[in-house]
Write a protein of this length. Structure first.
Length: 419
């Protein structure tokens, strides 16, 4: 799938998923409204029957056409002709609520207009272990000149209504959307890994193919008549073969380094002199520095103590950073290696005047096979393993690496070891 098709698919998928979520939310809201309306209808019907039964029990004459009023979403009042007994009222309410399948806890109180007071009736709970529970809701005052009783629901339960079906379906849809998003993420991640591996294969093919072809041509030239009789020409071709052979060896070592990172037995911790190790490394790469016209300035601390680490991997770490400084520079490379030490840490800093790294790319440069995109320019060779190797080995050596860089202003890599 091309990038354009993938982007179109992601946009359409996002629109569809957003539409499903919005529609499901709307229908869930509508279901909640219908359930709340149904609950209100059943409560009012139950309280009207309670009012009728009270009038019949006390042989009262109530001419009120609308005895039940909803004051709030969970508070109802019912007009009655006279004062009534709280026990009888509670029993009537429980019976009618049960008949209309109302299983929500409620409190009730009876207003006496003679004393202008509302007597608390009680708290009725349907859950296990709540017998004797008293909450005593502060029933709001109602402008009224006759008797009435009030019923309050602390928490309205819509369980058993159609909203449960909508909640279940919404949960299932959300789970499916989550699975779809995870699948998309995995597919994009695999596509990215596939592209990285493809670039790696292309790079490694190019890096090995060029020196092999050069060695082959130089070997054929050495076999030509008259070449062996000319020491200068023979030395030139022999030098080309040796140079290309060194390139092959460096490429092979880097790939082997990536393979060794998963083998913990390769770590050999010994005390090393950090400054002396850096000096030896710079001496060994002097021909490479001369070839690029590069300069390396050493600013090493006299107080740097011995460091317990693996000398082989430590040297490779510094070499990778210096090698990157040489490769990613348009002009004359200038590298500064600094060591700092205190009673807790040793810090080795490699600063250069190269191309620099944008803040967007800095979060990816330590990933395996990742290379900063350079378009169609292939003058910078590599496999995208150098900084990945540095990061991975430092974790095993209990060190860390930090980078401060800005595109066009060089980079400063700091390696920190705990003493």
């Amino acid at each position: 799938m091309s990038n354009r098709s993938l982007r179109l698919f992601l946009v359409l998928s996002g629109i569809v998923l957003s539409s499903i979520i919005v529609l499901q939310g709307y229908w869930l809201y509508r279901a909640w409204q219908l359930s709340a309306h149904d609950f209100d209808r059943r409560v009012e019907a139950s309280l009207r029957v309670v009012n009728t039964r009270i009038n019949q029990f006390y042989k009262l004459d109530n001419n009120t056409t609308q005895p039940v009023r909803r004051i709030a979403s969970n508070y109802y009042v019912v007009d009655i002709p006279s004062s009534i007994d709280a026990v009888i009222l509670e029993e009537y309410i429980k019976q009618e609520f049960q008949r209309n399948d109302i299983r929500s806890d409620f409190e009730f109180g009876i207003y006496d207009c003679a004393t202008d007071q509302l007597r608390y009736g009680g708290y009725v709970c349907y859950a296990d272990g709540c017998n004797g529970k008293t909450v005593q809701y502060k029933f709001p005052g109602v402008n009224h000149n006759s008797y009435y009783f009030g019923v309050y629901f602390p928490s309205v339960s819509l369980a058993g209504s159609s909203i449960n079906m909508w909640l279940l379906s919404s949960g299932a849809i959300l789970i499916l959307i989550a699975i779809f998003c995870i699948a998309i993420y995995i597919a994009l991640r695999q596509k990215r890994l596939s592209e990285i591996q493809k670039d790696f294969v292309n790079n490694i093919t190019h890096e090995f193919k060029t020196p092999v072809a050069t060695i082959s041509l130089s070997a054929e030239a050495l076999q030509m008549p008259g070449v062996l009789t000319s020491p200068e020409r023979a030395a030139m071709y022999a030098g080309i073969i040796r140079q290309e052979n060194d390139r092959l060896r460096q490429h092979t070592e880097r790939i082997l380094q990536a393979g060794l990172m998963s083998d913990r037995d390769q770590i050999d911790l010994r005390p090393i002199d950090v400054n002396a190790t850096i000096w030896r490394l710079v001496d060994n790469i002097t021909p490479q520095l001369s070839q690029r016209g590069a300069t390396v300035r050493l600013d090493l601390s006299d107080e740097a103590p011995m460091l317990m680490t693996d000398e082989f991997h430590f040297t490779n770490i510094i070499y990778n950073l210096v090698d990157n400084a040489l490769k990613y520079c348009d002009g004359t490379p200038q590298v500064v290696i600094t060591t700092l030490a205190d009673h807790r840490h040793i810090t080795v800093s490699v600063r250069d005047n190269g191309l620099g790294i944008s803040s967007q790319e800095q979060k990816n440069i330590f990933k395996r096979f990742y290379r900063v995109p350079t378009g169609n320019i292939h003058n910078v060779r590599g496999f995208g393993l150098g900084l990945y190797y540095v990061k991975t080995i430092l974790k095993r050596l209990r060190g860390e690496i930090r980078v401060v860089s800005e595109y066009g202003a060089g980079s400063d890599f700091s390696i920190i070891f705990n003493l």
